[in-house]
Design a protein around this ligand. Structure first.
Ligand code: SF4
Length: 784
């Protein structure tokens, strides 16, 4: 045991400490006995700061851990993408520490615009964003953080290739961080404030998730890919169905999937609202570790599984899979053999239509029949398997003399995959077919897409992508672009047809010579026959020791970076005279609260980016987008404003405010700006019918209190301009999150009419402390 449990060294990359995992897991077993645990529980509980306290407090002596225990976790590392890393690092800097407490990495991926192709776009992106990249690089040097420069790849692909290892627990400042669950890693998407907590060495708190088991049987058919599994699940569960759950896959069907396919499924678990998703460690995982030059990691994982258990738990020791007979809170069974390809959208990832029904849906819904562009790749679907499957059908179409009728874009997820696909001729196949290879960056997936195809903003049109998310305006900033999600092979075949009604499984195209052409079933390789190429990944700066002599300079005149000022603490009383800024109708995602696209460039400058706050929200009372009314101005011409303008006016008047909203407020990405901006502008509470988990936590970290209606119909009892006092909120916070809260609402224009609305909250003792301090960071900076 002594030799094999030592932390191992794996070149320049930081490995997991299996000895720590072994010891913690032994402790979990001592506390819980031979209780049957799911895989997610094994990994999560083995990262507890205090096993006994977390598992036994408030859990009926360990019998009801899920949904009750407050887990204080010690993640193994933190990964940050460039857009969210800016604010995370600005926050970290205010704590005055010499280095991060756990290993961390920064990935420059979100700021590169997709326009002409990889080389031009990358150099233009570097030029435009130099100030930010320099800031991130200098902070990485100062604090000893791994730095992946622009062009190195998209965070989730790079993490999968380099940092994900079975049994690890990681945090990522991006909602698709669960991608690494494909390699049996618990990875949770968080906001920058959570990341900073872990970076300063504080335990990270999570309400013990429930576990949803997805049992897979059978084998995927030819045109069906792992993407279709998650598209189907999204349709089944909706964007709220996974809320509060870890989705854990098991069953014989798991063994039939490639590692990268499992990662795709976990990546899009974010579209179910799940805390994270995870697959067991399989033979495919071992093959992937070998292909990515990490055989030692595979050997260590094997070794860990052969260690004896502690005492009575001997028979149930760590096996990177659930214990036989482990119980799930929800159980779904999917026969992979019965799945068909799916196309999900537009505007929401859970509107799932089987391919065979899609033509009918297009006609019935009057979606555009013409396809304007097909985009494949991204962090979700740019694996060797995905790309070689696409290559197989592109080759056949080329042989038949066909070219894609719609614009065709390819985004490799990392330099490693790009260089390997280049070496193996796949990229050349795509470019010869007329495809445009974009840089290894997010680009069109996050609104960073400059279209030159004459589709003007506001023009309805349809695009198909193999990305993961399709909120309105997500890709090109055009709210009328209907964005459908599908597997890369379906996207590509339909790009050849230039039509949304084409079914590549049954329909034929006509070649230039007039012959009929049917696409063959896609055939790909799980991985390259020789290990992946490294390409220009050597540009990444890894495992550097912290250098306190490095200055992290931010120009005071910068429009993109600004040092942070601490938020004011909670008043020593209940809140009084809050004004309802706006009542929002329908979906209010983090994209709605803090839009991406052109605003991404202000991520490090809180005052500047706040000018986009809620700027695509729908006013529930008027149906207008981004319209709010200053009821203090008695309907004068000045009364109408945009939502951020009115928020700024309130801030300038020293008038605290709140937002009223409907279900799943803050769904979507982990974007902490969606919490920071309202807080900066003066929001004190958000009241809605329900919250998305990450956003709810983000609000608390920034000192904004998230409240939900005890009676959902009370949404109708409150309107913009109403004045609100909280009742019981201050006492609840002082009592560590215990106590009843209600809102006393004085109706606008009828101040004598007072309505009391009972509300609920999920504030934990720690969260109560940082709300009182003004923000979590205020408390951390004070050593709290
Ligand atoms: Fe980038 Fe899109 Fe992946 Fe997010 S989902 S990391 S924006 S490629």
């Amino acid at each position: 045991r002594a030799t094999s449990t030592r932390p191992y060294s794996n070149g320049p990359l930081l490995p997991p400490t299996y000895e720590k995992l072994y010891n913690k897991y032994s402790e979990v077993r001592r506390v819980l006995g031979a209780r049957r645990l799911t895989l997610a529980e094994k990994i999560l509980y083995s990262h507890l700061d205090n096993v006994q306290e977390s598992l036994l407090s408030n859990t009926n002596n360990g019998r009801d851990i899920r949904a009750n225990a407050s887990l204080k976790l010690r993640p193994d590392r933190v990964n940050m993408q460039d857009a969210s890393a800016q604010m995370a690092l600005l926050q970290f800097m205010t704590c005055n520490l010499p280095q991060t407490a756990i290993p961390a990495s920064i990935h420059c991926d979100h700021l590169i615009v997709g326009e002409h192709g990889a080389d031009d776009d990358l150099s233009a992106g570097i030029k435009t964003n130099r100030e930010v990249f320099d800031f991130l690089e200098s902070a990485a040097k100062k604090y000893g953080i791994d730095f992946w420069p622009p062009g190195a790849g998209i965070i989730h692909q790079t993490v999968l290739e380099n940092y994900a290892l079975p049994g690890l627990m990681m945090l990522g400042t991006d909602s698709h961080s669960p991608n690494a669950g494909g390699l049996c890693t618990i990875t949770i998407g968080v906001g920058g404030a959570d990341a900073v907590e872990a970076l300063v060495g504080a335990p990270w708190e999570l309400k013990a998730p429930k576990i949803m088991g997805v049992k897979l049987t059978g084998t995927l058919n030819d045109w069906v890919s792992p993407k279709d599994l998650i598209l189907h699940l999204a349709g089944l569960l909706t964007v709220r169905g996974g809320t509060g759950y870890v989705v854990e896959y098991f069953g014989p069907g798991v063994e039939t999937l490639s590692l990268t396919g499992m990662a795709t499924v976990c990546n899009m678990g974010a579209e179910l609202g799940a805390t994270t998703s995870i697959f067991p460690y399989t033979e495919a995982s071992k093959r992937y570790l070998k292909a990515t030059r990490r055989e030692q990691a595979s050997r260590n994982a094997d070794a860990l599984q052969s260690f004896p258990g502690a005492g009575a738990a001997e028979d149930a020791f760590f096996r990177f899979q659930a214990d036989e007979g482990a119980q799930y809170d929800e159980l779904i069974e999917i026969d992979l053999s019965k799945l068909e390809p799916h196309i999900n959208g537009p505007f929401t990832p859970d509107l799932a239509t089987p391919l065979s029904q899609f033509k009918k849906a297009v006609e019935e819904q009057q979606w555009p029949a013409e396809l304007s562009a097909g985009l494949i790749g991204s962090c979700t679907n740019s694996s060797y398997e995905d790309m070689t499957r696409v290559e197989s059908i592109v080759r056949e179409a080329e042989k038949a003399g066909l070219k894609p009728k719609a614009d065709f874009y390819i985004t490799p997820g990392s330099e490693q995959i790009r260089a390997t696909l280049e070496r193996d001729g796949t990229l050349e196949t795509f470019t010869q077919a007329g495809g445009i290879v974009l840089s290894n960056a997010c680009g069109p997936c996050i609104g960073q897409w400059k279209r030159h195809d004459g589709v003007a903003k506001g023009t309805p049109n349809a695009i198909l992508t193999s990305y993961n998310r399709n909120f309105r305006g997500r890709n090109d900033g055009n709210p009328e672009t209907m964005n459908f999600l599908a597997s890369p092979e379906i996207v590509t075949a339909m790009a050849y047809a230039g039509s949304t009604t084409f079914n590549p499984m049954t329909d034929a195209l006509t070649t230039p010579s007039g012959a009929s052409f049917r696409f063959p079933s896609p055939r790909g390789l799980e991985g390259p026959e020789t290990p992946f190429e490294q390409g220009k990944q050597a540009l990444a700066v890894l495992s550097q020791p912290p250098d306190p002599s490095v200055g992290v300079a931010i120009s005071p005149s910068s429009e993109r970076l600004a040092l942070l000022e601490p938020f004011d603490p909670f008043p020593e009383s209940d809140l009084t005279g809050l004004r309802v800024l706006v009542k929002v109708a329908g979906k209010c995602t983090t994209d709605t609260i803090s839009a991406a696209g052109p605003w991404l460039k202000y991520k490090g400058h809180l005052p500047n980016i706040s000018a986009n706050t809620l700027n695509t929200a729908v006013n529930a009372e008027t149906g207008e987008v981004n319209a709010a009314y200053d009821h203090d101005l008695d309907g004068g011409p000045e009364a109408k404003a945009t939502i951020p303008e009115l928020a700024l006016r309130f801030r300038e008047r020293g008038l605290p405010w709140l937002v009223v909203a409907e279900h799943n407020y803050g769904e979507g990405s982990a974007r902490e700006h969606a919490a920071l901006q309202p807080r900066y502008l003066g929001a004190r509470i958000i009241v809605c019918k329900s919250f998305a988990r990450i956003h709810e936590t983000n609000l608390k970290k920034q000192g904004v209190v998230p409240l939900t209606f005890a009676e959902q119909a009370d949404y109708n009892k409150i309107a913009a301009g109403d004045e609100v006092d909280t009742v019981g909120l201050y006492d609840m916070l002082r009592n560590g999150g215990v106590g009843e809260v209600s809102l006393r609402v004085r109706r606008r224009g009828a101040k004598d009419e007072v309505v009391t609305i009972p509300v609920r909250h999920t504030v934990s003792p720690d969260q109560a402390r940082f709300i009182l301090a003004g923000s979590a960071l205020n408390l951390l900076a004070k050593g709290g």
